[in-house]
Ligand binder design. Structure first.
Ligand SMILES: *[C@@H]1O[C@H](CO)[C@@H](O)[C@H](O)[C@H]1NC(C)=O
Ligand SMILES: *[C@@H]1O[C@H](CO)[C@@H](O)[C@H](O)[C@H]1NC(C)=O
Length: 290
């Protein structure tokens, strides 16, 4: 039996066990591979630090609220808009330092009806003032948009296309230095797709969280999310497989183990090399992260 534990950056521990079946003794070329990925336990960053009506309170408007815990949150807001030169909306946020962060959530639902440009989603914001620069991947009344205010008090800009799921859609916003990239995927879909990327200097301290506006002072709209996560690891669409280990000494078939995330939480390992007294040509399998 060969057993190898390899660490994958700070993300996971991978246990790869290769064993022979009794009906196929080691002299044959049949082997079975058991594999497990165990996510390294880590302390989630504190969330939230605060909940605020940015640009408020607004006289006569329903104040925003929030509820939830862990990775499931509901955030409600009424006024006004996140657009133009200044914003009014409800924001459930945490403070953040450092220039790398990935925030993810699955949108369960957002109150139906109302304005086609009501907005709810993940926002990174340089400050809590109404004119602060910010960027947001959001569901609206009609679909998905990624909008940004690049300088404090500047006019906002929006990027959107025909991708329009409103519920059971995963949103992801990634800051790496001065580049912020959004990713989206429908629940059950194979992998994220990159939605849009903007150059934005958020500064050394900024805010990450969930923003909601219904664009209506009399209607409190609620965004409900699950799987909310703040991560120190910058996400990018998986590229080429990464070599994570060796199966043994070098031989004609090579001896490297490669890993690749093919969808969120779903990894493939491919390995080739010498087995237990025998050479096996190639193993490829896919497993689920749990
Ligand atoms: C978060 O940032 C806000 C605005 O700068 C500040 O008022 C608050 O004290 C900070 N909270 C924490 C826990 O750092
Ligand atoms: C929205 O989703 C949450 C969480 O699944 C659920 O509790 C709530 O009832 C839903 N609201 C509507 C209006 O469907």
């Amino acid at each position: 039996m060969a057993r190898r534990i390899v660490s994958l950056a700070s993300l996971a521990l991978v246990s790869l066990t290769i064993r022979s079946d009794s009906s196929h003794p080691p002299s044959s070329s049949f082997f079975f591979v058991d594999a497990q990925i165990v996510t390294t336990p880590s302390t989630p960053p504190p969330f939230p630090h605060g909940s605020i009506d940015v640009g408020g309170p607004v006289a006569g408007a329903l104040p925003g609220t929030h509820s939830g815990e862990g990775d499931a949150w509901s955030v409600s807001g009424s006024v006004g808009d996140i657009w133009g030169n200044s914003d009014r909306f409800h924001y459930l946020y945490s403070n953040r330092t450092g220039d790398v962060v990935t925030v993810t959530c699955k949108v369960k639902n957002f109150t139906a009806g109302g304005s086609s440009w009501k907005k709810a989603g993940i926002m990174f914001r340089s400050g809590l003032g109404p004119q602060s620069r910010n960027t947001m991947i959001e569901v609206t009344g009609w679909g998905i948009a990624h909008q940004t205010r690049k300088v404090d008090g500047g006019y906002a800009e929006s990027q959107h296309d025909s991708f329009s799921p409103l519920t059971d859609v995963w949103l992801r916003l990634v800051r790496e230095g001065n580049t912020v990239t959004s990713y989206v995927r429908k629940d059950g879909e194979y992998g994220y797709r990159r939605y849009h990327s903007v150059e934005l200097d958020l500064g050394p301290t900024f805010h990450v969280g969930l923003a909601v506006t219904m664009q209506d002072p009399k209607v409190l709209g609620t965004l409900a999310v699950t799987n909310f996560d703040i991560s120190d690891v910058p996400y990018s669409i998986p590229g080429r497989p990464v070599m994570v280990g060796m199966t043994g000494s070098a031989n004609d078939y090579g001896n490297k183990i490669f890993m690749q995330e093919v969808a969120q939480g779903l990894w493939s390992i491919s390995a080739a090399g010498s087995g237990i007294g025998v050479r096996f040509p190639h193993i490829l399998f896919i497993m689920k992260c749990f």
